[in-house]
Design a protein around this ligand. Structure first.
Ligand SMILES: NC(=O)c1ccc[n+]([C@@H]2O[C@H](COP(=O)([O-])OP(=O)(O)OC[C@H]3O[C@@H](n4cnc5c(N)ncnc54)[C@H](O)[C@@H]3O)[C@@H](O)[C@H]2O)c1
Length: 415
């Protein structure tokens, strides 16, 4: 098959490579000429897609900024961002731009699948009307489905092939076409009756994580007051063989999905006079975590007779999770901003994030940030981080990821 992928980011690029690896041709369209140029040179900007994987499929993969090239494909998968506006409402601009461009090149018989995470109703009420501007009719001239992406950047134990793929479509014929498409790269397809059910499935998965992380974060704050070790409690609870799932506390939620997606559902729910209080409360608790972290850093410094103001604070790991360089919504950025607001002299180390232009900061080698630091704050622990060396050489270490568990030291403070 010939497949078009719109949006070559964390979702679109691995998907493109998977279809190529399965022997199919892919035309990837992205509005960022910089991304397209780099991919055309064989350079990947996504950690999960190494350069050698791109090179191996170079004869079947073409990156372009031209939507017109999509006229030749059998199916188009749309994986553009679905961010929030300043007021934390759904921002469908990238999707509207993609849908409008796609309508200009849509061909009879093509299948269009939306993979961007969004509120229930987007595919039917927003995408289909845009595509019908082409003059073609959905489910007569072209086919439409929604299939949420479940990629977890940095994860290798579950792949696109082994992770069940949920698909919902407007009609059985569209559903069948979408199933045939995904069977090329996935072993297990799970069909649901409508695109709305598929859209809401993705939101349920992410809200589930958000709510559970908020719960354990709230307990972490309580444990801090009570002098109980939250990590020990979570690990002990996890020994229960049924009815409990382990979620780890941390400095707050980041990335494109968890801090954003619940707001898509909450926004849509308001239209139905049904507030989603649980979901919004979880968002609030998680957003509060960086503030709590900075308070904890302040207390730790105070115990060493130092204020935040003027102290040299080395932040280790600024991306939102281990093993990736994605800084979108990262709590590490919030922590840096809050520390700076209080006069902290912040430096950072993160091999995945060479610079933070908003702060005019560049990542420094671990040795350099350790030197002269009054306090080292572990915000994200990338694989291979030498935690023992940090504890051995820094006067004060604050660990928000629990990676220092097992080390007993008087200069160590944990969430
Ligand atoms: N990153 C994840 O872990 C993840 C997981 C599951 C689902 N999702 C969802 O998938 C969608 C994409 O997320 P992502 O992380 O891949 O985003 P991303 O920012 O990494 O990639 C999106 C790409 O789309 C391009 N783009 C924007 N507007 C475009 C347009 N009109 N036409 C063509 N290209 C356009 C951007 O330049 C960018 O390269 C979002 O809805 C997200 O919520 C993301």
């Amino acid at each position: 098959m010939k497949i078009g992928i719109v949006g070559l980011g964390y979702v679109g690029l691995p998907l493109a490579v998977s279809f190529c690896e399965a022997g199919h041709e892919v035309i990837g369209v992205d509005v960022e000429a910089r991304v397209v140029d780099a991919l055309s040179r064989g350079e990947s900007h996504i950690e999960d897609v190494p350069g050698h994987a791109l090179a191996a499929v170079a004869d079947r993969f073409e990156a372009t900024t031209r939507y017109a090239d999509l006229a030749q494909v059998d199916a188009v998968i749309v994986a553009v961002p679905t961010p929030l506006t300043q007021n934390r409402e759904p921002d469908l601009q990238p999707l509207i731009a993609a849908g409008t461009s796609l309508a200009g090149v849509l061909q009879e018989g093509q299948l269009v699948v939306l993979e961007s995470t969004t509120y229930p109703g987007t595919t039917r009420e927003r995408l289909v009307p845009m595509l019908e501007e082409s003059g073609l009719a959905a489910d007569r001239d072209f086919f439409v489905a929604f299939s949420p992406e479940r990629v977890d950047p940095g994860r290798t134990d579950h792949t696109l092939r082994t992770t069940p793929k949920v698909v919902g479509a407007l009609t059985p014929e569209s559903l069948q076409k979408a199933v045939e498409l995904y069977e090329l790269v996935c072993d297990n397809i799970v069909t649901v009756s409508t695109p709305e059910a598929a859209e809401l499935t993705k939101l349920l998965e992410n809200v589930f994580r958000s709510v559970n992380i908020a719960l354990v974060n709230e307990l972490a704050i309580l444990c801090d007051r009570m002098g109980v070790d939250i990590w020990e409690v979570v690990d002990a609870a996890a020994t229960k063989p049924y009815g409990f799932m382990s979620f780890k506390p941390g400095p707050g939620m980041g990335g494109h999905c968890l801090p954003v997606d619940p707001f898509y559902l909450a926004w849509r729910a308001r239209e139905f006079d049904q507030p989603t209080e649980f979901i919004e409360l979880a968002g609030e608790v998680n957003q509060r975590m960086p503030y709590f972290c900075v308070e904890k850093i302040g207390r730790a410094l105070n115990n060493h007779s130092k204020p935040i103001k003027g102290s040299r604070i080395a932040v280790v790991g600024v991306s939102y999770k281990a093993g990736v360089g994605d800084i979108r919504e990262s709590p590490g950025l919030k922590i840096i901003r809050l520390l700076r607001d209080q006069g902290g002299d912040v430096v950072y180390n993160d091999d995945f994030v060479p610079e933070l232009t908003d702060f005019a900061l560049a990542s420094q080698p671990l040795d350099e940030v350790l030197e002269g630091a009054d306090c080292v704050v572990i915000v994200t622990a990338h694989p291979g981080l030498d935690v023992e060396r940090i504890v051995a050489s820094a006067p004060l270490v604050v660990d928000f990821r629990g990676v220092t568990r097992g080390i007993e030291a008087s200069n160590l403070v944990r969430l």
